[in-house]
Design a binder for this molecule. Structure first.
Ligand code: DMJ
Length: 584
């Protein structure tokens, strides 16, 4: 400062040559450098303060501001290198998944072979009806054994299907669950083996299920008695049907028509989609309940989780199943994705996590209808990350990894949202067990302090700190996050997805593995050691372990461009039916 003052105090005339002793010394030169560095220092300080205040008040906007540069260096979000990666197998991790499958299967086979469900803590099986079961677990697991090359285990399972499986059971079964797990399991076993046993069984089952479609609208009722072939409406639910359930039978029924030449399955499946296309509101967000008498949506929550999820999944997959010619499905899917982006996609206030909220219908005091946005997301929604990326690349028909210029229209938006959603799903695995809860709640801008305290990371599990954990805190061996990781890996070759999948697998091994055999869900993902639930859901062997296996396998196994996975992870081939009018 002194130097500045001195110079100001003694102005030198333009023409005056400085006398020799006026030439600044080295020390004085350093002093004259101060103003610049001080200026810079002040500027940096000022800028940091502004950025800090901006971050505090609107962190999302700040991240969005810098995102374009971040993207530029990365080419595309979710892709580390633009170079083509050969997707070879990670044999060590893949084989660890096979060992896990064997651990699950052997326990089931030892304690409960043929029963619908398995209880690994009590070493028992159980059936879905008192009249008996229909091989839920065996049939749901067939294709995983085939894919993993477990020939001996598969041979025994096939023999059970051949000699013991019967659908002549006087019991009531859910149409959707039976279709995706049992019919889907039989059809994919056929796809992988061409063993006609599976077509015979699939046809027998489907013929019993078809009575569900005999409603005035063509929307199937929720249940049937398989033995008596009687449709059973869901009286406990005002005879309504859930949107996901009626709209997640199509891949299975259409493939069965392709295999049998019996058109009735295809017609029934397509009729449902015609009814939905006509009934869907503007914007095209589907409420989770429909009335099978009227063929209309009823006022009910709108969400991408339970009872809504696979409706969106199958819009895209029906389009992919028939070689991308049925543009009607693609249009419905694109319309739905636009509406989801406009009405459901949200960001958390501090960490900018992307999630999809739910809409709850409510009546105001003056009886007006209004929709309340609820910031919660089911684990089930985690399928959507991979699904969006798959849709954005038109079913994996882009380069691997995709090049930015391949994306047109809303494809890049969908890709980015898909990747961001996967990141959020991974974030919900940051619990004490490393497992993610059944439902995650997210912070919003003006949350009360109690919620702010609970959710320093912008998300929390409702009730996880209460002595009796809420159902939200459970992890029941669900597959949706690893399903998305598998798709993202196949589309990008980016090892981050394998690392994330491995992380999840290790948490399952650590906390869900029952030493005597099998895997169990946990009641609270935030308690270590966790309390186990005495159930191994069938999707552990049909989906979770299959998707993990495929994540670590080389990409020649079941390429996405040649197969479409049903919602229970059963692969079907892409088909090109002739002589049929496409759904356009
Ligand atoms: C599976 O049965 C299917 O993935 C279904 O679409 C949703 N729920 C379970 C797995 O979580």
């Amino acid at each position: 400062m002194e130097g500045i003052r001195e110079r100001k105090a003694r102005p030198v005339s333009e023409h005056e040559q400085p006398p020799e002793d006026n030439v600044p010394s080295q020390h004085a030169r350093a002093q004259t450098g101060w103003p610049v560095s001080r200026l810079l220092y002040t500027l940096v300080l000022l800028l940091s303060t502004v950025l800090y205040l901006f971050w505090k008040t609107n962190p999302g906007a700040l991240i969005r501001l810098i995102e374009p540069w971040y993207d530029l260096s990365e080419q595309l979000p979710g892709v580390s290198s633009p170079e083509y990666a050969f997707l070879g197998a990670d044999e060590v991790r893949r084989d660890a998944v096979v060992d896990a499958f064997k651990h699950a299967w052997f326990a089931y086979e030892r304690d409960a072979m043929g029963d619908d469900e398995y209880h690994p803590l009590s070493h028992k099986g159980s059936n879905l009806t008192d009249a008996g079961g229909i091989g839920y677990t065996v049939v749901d697991s067939l294709d995983t054994m085939i894919i993993m090359g477990l020939d001996e285990e598969y041979r025994r399972a096939r023999s059970w299907v051949d000699t013991k499986l019967t659908f002549e059971v006087d019991g009531i079964f859910n149409v959707f669950e039976t279709t995706i797990r049992v019919l889907g399991g039989l059809l994919s076993a056929y796809h992988l083996t061409h063993d006609s046993l599976y077509i015979d069984r699939a046809k027998d089952l489907a013929d019993r299920l078809m009575v569900a479609f005999s409603t005035p609208s063509g929307l199937p009722v929720a249940m049937v008695n398989l033995g008596t072939r009687t449709p059973i409406p869901d009286t406990g639910n005002q005879n309504l049907v859930s949107t996901a359930e009626v709209a997640t039978l199509q891949l299975e029924l259409r493939y069965l028509t392709e295999l049998t030449d019996d058109d009735s399955y295809w017609r029934a499946a397509e009729k449902v989609m015609q009814v939905i296309r006509k009934a869907v509101p503007v914007p095209p967000l589907a409420a989770i309940y429909m009335d099978p008498q009227q063929g209309t949506f009823v006022t009910s929550p709108i969400r991408l989780g339970s009872r809504g999820d696979s409706y969106y999944e199958y819009l895209l997959k029906q389009y992919l199943q028939t070689g991308r010619v049925e543009t009607g499905y693609r249009e419905m899917y694109d319309g739905a994705m636009d509406a989801i982006h406009e009405h459901l996609v949200q960001r958390t206030p501090h960490t900018n996590f992307l999630y999809t909220a739910e809409l709850m219908p409510e009546r105001t005091q003056t009886h007006q209808m209004q929709w309340r946005l609820v910031p919660k997301q089911d684990h089930l929604v985690c399928f959507l990350g991979g699904s969006l990326m798959l849709g954005a690349t038109d079913g994996g028909h882009f380069s691997v990894p995709p090049r930015a210029e391949e994306f047109v229209g809303t494809a890049r938006r969908d890709w980015t949202t898909g990747y961001e959603l996967i990141k959020t799903c991974m974030e919900t695995h940051r619990t004490h067990t490393g497992l993610s809860p059944e439902i995650a709640h997210f912070r919003t801008k003006n949350d009360p302090q109690a919620i702010a305290d609970l959710a320093p990371n912008d998300w929390y599990i409702k009730g996880s700190r209460q002595p009796t954990a809420a159902l939200d805190a459970r992890y029941i061996l669900r597959p949706e996050t690893v399903e998305s990781l598998f798709i993202a890996f196949r589309l990008t070759g980016d090892s981050r997805y394998r690392d994330w999948g491995w992380q999840i697998f290790q948490s399952i091994e650590k906390h869900c593995k029952v030493p005597t055999g099998g895997y169990a869900g946990v009641t609270n993902v935030d308690i270590v050691p966790p309390e186990l639930e005495d159930k191994m859901e069938t999707f552990m062997m049909s989906e979770t372990l299959k998707y993990l296996y495929l994540l670590f396998s080389d990409s020649s196994i079941l390429p996405l461009t040649e197969n479409v996975f049903n919602t229970e992870a059963h692969p079907f081939p892409i088909i090109r039916p002739t002589g049929r009018t496409a759904f356009t």
